[in-house]
Design a binder for this molecule. Structure first.
Ligand code: AMP
Length: 214
């Protein structure tokens, strides 16, 4: 089993990168944020607990997300190529991933760091709108739907994520610098880190992502 990790601050384009790598290179995407939003929407006991962290822009405990990821990876076929979007995000989660890979003989092929300056991150997060039904992502200025607030793909009403409100965005960015940015040096020291410039429009960015895998 091969694993590629997408690393970078909120709003850097991990979801966009994942969509293009799934489509062009056949990865199976695992978005920790989407998995958590699903259990929150279904109001499971874990979901209700997770929501208390997510609503204030904090990370959920390592053990909670670690269990979800390991259950999924261990249930998948040995030949799978997983793209982890949003996991690991802490030193503890990095160790959990190492343990999962050791248990199932998996290999960490690459950690792709998507780099975007902070002003652009904030602009992207504040303007982001998502489709709760099919998960398509829009931006009020740079990727507007044909009809305001309606998903082009499935016609559902678009929403702003609770944690994309300005007061929560600053918590998430601060948390990234405090808890996640340290993983960059750790993975660079292992020789698996690839850096990709996440600035610019979707087409330019996805072309850079594909090139990083050539
Ligand atoms: P994302 O969609 O990746 O921006 O994640 C949205 C929220 O889900 C984050 O702000 C966290 O509250 C939670 N979350 C997602 N992934 C993780 C993770 N690997 N560890 C802890 N919390 C996470």
């Amino acid at each position: 089993m091969d694993v590629v990790v997408l690393l970078g601050p909120p709003g850097c384009g991990k979801g966009t990168a994942a969509a293009c790598l799934v489509q062009k290179l056949g990865f199976i995407q695992m978005s920790s944020g989407d998995m958590l939003r699903d259990i929150v929407a279904h109001k499971t006991a874990t979901g209700i607990d997770a929501a208390t962290y997510m609503i204030r822009g904090a990370l959920v405990p390592d053990i909670m997300i670690g269990r979800m990821i390991s259950d999924l990876i261990e249930a998948g076929p040995d030949s799978a190529r997983y793209l982890l979007d949003g996991f690991p995000r802490t030193d503890g989660q990095m160790s959990i991933l190492d343990d999962i890979l050791a248990d199932c003989g998996g290999v960490l092929r690459a950690v792709v760091l998507i780099e975007v300056n902070e002003a652009m991150l904030i602009e992207r997060l504040v303007g982001r709108r998502v489709c709760p039904a099919c998960k398509a992502v829009y931006h009020v200025v740079t990727l507007a739907p044909k009809q305001a607030d309606i998903c082009d793909a499935c016609g559902a009403a678009l929403v702003q994520r609770e944690d994309d409100r300005p007061e929560t965005i600053s918590q998430r960015l601060e948390g990234y610098h405090r808890q996640t940015a340290g993983l960059i040096d750790a993975y660079a020291a292992r020789g698996v880190l690839k850096r990709v410039d996440g600035s610019g429009g979707v087409d330019v960015f996805t072309a850079r992502m594909i090139r990083a895998f050539e």
